[in-house]
Design a protein around this ligand. Sequence first.
Ligand SMILES: C[S@@+](CC[C@H](N)C(=O)[O-])C[C@H]1O[C@@H](n2cnc3c(N)ncnc32)[C@H](O)[C@@H]1O
Length: 342
Amino acid sequence: MSKFVQISPEGEFYSNGNKIDDTDFCSSLIKSLRLEKNVCMAYLKGDPITVESKSHPLVVQSVEHSNNQSLLLRYNYGFTEEFELTSSSKLFIDDWMRLCGRSKNDVPFVFSSHAQAFFLTKIVEPLSADAFMFKGEEIELDEWYKSEPSVEKESFWSNRYKESHTPWDLSTHHPSIDWVVPRLKLSKSKVLVAGSGKGHDAAKFKSLGHEVTGVDFSLDAVNEAKRLYPDVHFECEDIFTRNLDSKFDVVFEHTLFCAISPAKRGQLIKSWLRQLRDDACLIGVFNVSSKQDGPPFGLTEWELEQLLSPYFIINFWGRLRDKESPRSGKELFIQAQKRKGF
Ligand SMILES: C[S@@+](CC[C@H](N)C(=O)[O-])C[C@H]1O[C@@H](n2cnc3c(N)ncnc32)[C@H](O)[C@@H]1O
């Protein structure tokens, strides 16, 4: 048994791409789910297993009103939990209008479409898209990701660099550039590294023979990148408004997507599209976690697929597994080709 299991968007356990048929085993796994440092873990006789869930790990398959303010949530494999629904106990709504919340062990759950329809028509009385009445009380739904407007300001990031408070900085390039990028056999390309920080990733692409532009809107980051890597081209610009003088063959994403407001993720993808020539590609390391506030803000694979698939054909999609890395269990590597017409 590997030390990793996967959970499909329907809430079923898989191991190495194969559905796990042993329901007793799955039943004990699902009961053991808990969150550690925003990574979902399961336990087998005390041994930890990293759970790579595509969407939220728990899927509410059905819901009933149990008593007073309580709901009974039924997940997969016969696992049930009471959930007290009051104006202070939270349910959330995501960008796809899915109801979400957290279990007693803090594990995120999402309602199946069937459970959500039943809940909204038979258990509560909807008042608007984000509020309903339940047992005479008005309950408001919060957005899944908390907004944090300060991250949209250049000063937020520049202050972090000034204070040397840059926990995201690896002091070197992301190791995936060593492992995966050579296998992609990129011919000499024009590479855009967006949110390039101190410039380590941009410098690595340059050392591999590519023509690189690093873009960051923090002058402190750009000055430091220029000092560390004087032969690499860095620009101090906002990626959302950057003027286009030329188009790129590749955009490399690493820790910008999780740094911006989640509400602006669609705009970031549009900015990549504007800066990529036809047939160009996105190479990215995405931080997947259950974190609702940020930065870094969490992300599920399901959400990323919904956002990217209209515009990109996915060629490679896989979790990076490096037990030595503090980011183990949280990183997803993808390579995708821009669809024609965007
Ligand atoms: C978490 S840091 C990651 C830096 C770098 N990718 C790394 O891994 O070391 C996010 C970076 O994105 C930059 N950034 C945030 N919003 C931006 C925007 N709208 N345009 C350009 N850069 C931005 C910040 O200044 C910061 O350097």
